[in-house]
Ligand binder design. Sequence first.
Ligand code: GDP
Ligand code: MG
Length: 163
Amino acid sequence: MGFTVAITGRPNVGKSTLFNRLLEQRKAIVDNVSGVTRDRQYGVADWNGKNFNVIDTGGFVPDSEDIFETEIRKQVKIAIEEANAVIFMTDVSTGITTLDESMAEILRRSTKPVFLVVNKVDNSERQLDATEFYSLGFDNIFFLSSMSGSGTGELLDAITELI
Ligand code: GDP
Ligand code: MG
């Protein structure tokens, strides 16, 4: 099946936007409404002649907070099992949330490589805000604007180094 990377993170952080950018084609539906991507999306990314599978997770958005937390934890565990490496996506515009912390706790225990992505780093002010994400405790940290594509090259370099 080849090398597989799963994109995890709470709703609205920009997982589907990054997924589309990595594929450079619109296979997932991206929308302002969270949970528009109902199911998992699978695609193949190509970077400097190296291919890998990408999974966009987390389309399901339950309405209760408790179920929400349980569902997100389940998604992370499935992603860790299914993939060779995990992109853990966060959002600088909201800062670190309790859901981010609870996902980080699971992912820090993973034996698979984790790439922490701080997304929506669109400008220099947000670059300063983004430094708080070092506190989540991941060595592989990338600052991206998935919307513009800035930072994605460094992330792709790091992923393809593992292949
Ligand atoms: P998902 O729920 O994690 O899949 O998030 P989406 O990819 O659907 O994005 C949620 C919202 O964030 C959409 O309105 C996107 O346009 C927006 N978004 C995604 N990436 C960026 C970014 O780099 N900068 C900004 N400002 N907005 C972004
Ligand atoms: Mg999505």
